[in-house]
Design a protein around this ligand. Structure first.
Ligand SMILES: *Cc1c(COP(=O)(O)O)cnc(C)c1O
Length: 250
């Protein structure tokens, strides 16, 4: 590779240093986008002396219709992220019957009244952020006899409109999940504020995970996943760079 034109800490570019403007969902070449992102994930891992196999790519397929997801499945992608329980219930049971080894992650906010459906559908839930939701999940996990892995979302930028527990309340939430609800928490997730350089947020999340001995670090999206990998991400959540620009609200 030519270092002069390749900055592996940047998202995929057009070769002139500009982020590739993605065509909209439905027009993007999904197999090509996936191949590019996989290569960039592997490169970022190698640059940080990490084993690329330590970094899971979660392909975020929210708003992408089932037929738009099939090219990623055909290219061997099996780990997918969605934001909405209802949209996922409509799309995934059929896709899963065709690709039974799919692993489905809920990366969007979860309402307590959707806990039952979420526990039935998802293998990993990234957005646990409050005690009432922990209680609802614990009840449904017990009832269903099925336990998705659980991550706590941390609002590292303390943004009022964003989900996630504040960093200084994480310890209390973790303790209550464990002691009051018997829930094992496996990791942490964050979405840095759009206007901030993300690295400080990734570093904070990594420090919190280490402090609490949690092994999963879900951080990094299309615009910043190489930086997240550098800070220790075990799961990057990438949508646009694979499926194209979303036109619907997400
Ligand atoms: C939409 C979304 C993503 C993917 O974002 P892109 O910028 O399209 O890669 C990742 N994580 C969460 C929580 C999201 O809502």
């Amino acid at each position: 590779m030519d270092d002069a034109i390749t900055d592996s800490n940047a998202p995929p570019t057009d070769g002139m240093g500009q982020p590739t403007a993605k065509p909209p969902v439905g027009e993007a070449d999904v197999a090509a986008g996936l191949a590019e992102v996989r290569a960039a994930v592997a490169q970022a891992a190698e640059d940080s002396d990490r084993d690329p196999a330590e970094v899971q790519l979660v392909a975020v397929s929210k708003t992408v219709p089932a037929e738009g997801i099939v090219p990623a499945l055909e290219a061997g992608q099996r780990v997918f992220g969605e934001n909405y329980v209802q949209e996922s219930s409509a799309k995934w049971p059929d896709l899963r019957s065709r690709y039974p080894d799919v692993e489905l992650h809920l990366v969007g906010p979860l309402q307590s009244n959707k806990a039952r459906e979420a526990v039935a559908l998802f293998d990993v839930i990234h957005s646990l952020d409050r005690l009432s939701l922990a209680a609802a999940l614990a009840k449904e996990i017990q009832r269903a006899g099925r336990a998705p892995k659980l991550l706590i979302q941390v609002n590292t930028g303390a943004e009022p409109q964003k989900g996630g527990v504040l960093p200084d309340q994480l310890a209390a939430l973790l303790a209550a999940c464990r002691d009051t609800h018997g829930l094992a928490i496996q990791g942490l997730m964050c979405i840095p504020p759009a206007e901030d350089p993300p690295s400080a947020h990734f570093a904070l999340l990594a420090r919190l995970a280490e402090e609490h001995d949690l092994s999963i670090l879900s951080m990094g999206m299309s615009a910043d996943f190489p930086a997240a990998i550098q800070q220790g991400a075990t799961h990057v959540r990438v949508g646009t760079a694979i499926f194209g620009a979303r036109t619907r609200k997400a």
